[in-house]
Design a protein around this ligand. Sequence first.
Ligand code: WTA
Length: 651
Amino acid sequence: MTQTKDTLIQPKEQFSLTAHVKNLEEYQRLYRKSLDQPEAFWGEMAQQLTWFHKPDTILDVDADQVDFSWFGGGKLNVAFNCVDRHAKTRPGKPAIIWAKNEPGEYQVITYRDLQHHVGRVANVLKAHGVRKGDRVCIYLPMVPELAYTMLACARIGAVHSVVFAGFSSEALRERILDSGAKVLVTANEGPRGPKFVATKAIADEAVEGLTQVESILVVRRTSKEVPMRMDRDYWLDVEMSKHRGTCPAEWMDAEDPLFILYTSGSTGKPKGVLHTTGGYLVYAATTFRYIFDIQPDDVHFCAADLGWVTGHSYILYGPLATGTTTVMFESTPTYPDAGRLWQVVDDLKATILYTAPTALRALIKEGDGWVKKSSRKSLRLLGSVGEPINPEVWRWYHDVPGEGRCPIVDTWWQTETGGILIAPLPGATPTKPGSATLPFFGVEPVLVDDEGRVIEGNGVTGNLCLARSWPGQARTLYGHHQRFVETYYSRFPRLYFTGDGCRRDEDGYYWITGRVDDVLNVSGHRLGTAEVESALVAHESVAEAAVVGFPHDLKGTGVCAFVTMKPDYQDASPEQMVGALKEQVRHVIGPIATPDRVVLVNGLPKTRSGKILRRMLRKIASGETENLGDATTLADPAVLDELLAKGTPTQ
Ligand code: WTA
């Protein structure tokens, strides 16, 4: 399936006139410079921030220790850069527009308002004993207080750890314990589409019996009453009313931690990816400015949740560092109907929409009518993130919502990369539907075969690695540097291994083919198969579980669990068991991890040494049963008939 030059879609002429980078030659020149003179390039980019003290060095790498330091000696404050400096020059400009769950309900928060709220929350945190370097866990739905609290942490030098409000109490507890947070911020409850998430009740369960968490600050999102424990639980609005909005910004070292964000890996425990202050902010701001081609009047609508890295970098930090107006969307793309995103675009005159292929696939299914009844005149750019975008979906995005006039930026990156690494520049890069195109400035992708040999040239496929550091790269896994080294730098020494497979086509364009490790990308969210397996095995009825992904029309990848039961449960009703096991995963991890299929079997396919042949299960779950591989490697070939009978998809 080689893509040829004819599939190239040229940048829109009108767009290129005003773009920061106007053509491919200019991109190539800047890209060259970023690789040949990285210090000069990033030194210049760092100047868009306000530094209390300018960096003395740009990059310092200790490759043996896998230690990267950017902008050494530099002192800055992220909240000062994202809020104060704009509050001074454009106080009345909307910083955040909050689109509430119910359609038509909006709240505008100007840069001046934002400064005030952030300062107050910062003072509340201090009053609750939070000091520089302390961790604060945030378990909030998409309410403005989520942004205030993140920025308040940055202001006083505390490290935030935002946990997506769809995670279960067990998942939250694990993250609170790992980060050692002593303050937790949550809400009484959170509306999301037609439902309400009982965030406070989940938080209560998560901290049950923990003395580590000294204070729980509770946002009053609705009028719902929730139990408040004396001397531990405090309403945030009451606490804020005790404090003024002025709070001095801590002078942070460029390498001081800014936040921890947990993500799934190929082993059971989630990883606390740590990002630092200077490099992260320079990278978030630079990628945001160039890849979304930010202009002064942009209204940026990223429909993600702040609980994921996309939200951190492209709802909060990138937009605010550049003084842009950003939208926080509390609802879902299909509430109350499939026209919701376009309604928000029209109501707020959004100029950019940034969302995930999984949302687009759900909308395509509902028909073009929902799109066409909106104007979308304000839109000038469309972005995609989180998973490979199918070429058909790309074309639909381009032709229907974008009416052929908006460039599409397909942005490839990861929680660990802090910001986008591969994406077109909308005024400069010709695009191909389904390809994230070319590397961003300073990024050097390398394809490597399974033996670690670098694959040169074009028209090749391999494991996607990165050959040099970029400012936004994660520095470590919180408290587990050795695990950081092993996870990212041991498979291919001296190269950062992304876990993704990738093709570089004849034109040097990159096509991400998906994860090559045991991580599934379900609706744009990362899920470790090992995590789901641990959740299943924790159920009293389960003997063994093996989890694999299979192609899913809406989610991209669906979750299929093959499970063997303990003897006492062999006679239980299969329907009930399947229901109970789905509920178990929901309960242990959260709704996003709920298996689409649970297949109860008498035996799993294992080698004689006891290794589960996941590749075989993956093929069965995907219905690719012609070429299952060599069944003679199975310790018990008899299991195969049952697996095929029960595991092959029915439609
Ligand atoms: C996948 C989300 C193809 C990829 C920002 C990566 C993508 C994982 C794309 C990271 C894209 C993300 N095209 N695949 N444009 N963007 N991915 O950490 O497999 O939640 O490794 O970060 O998502 O997911 P994460």
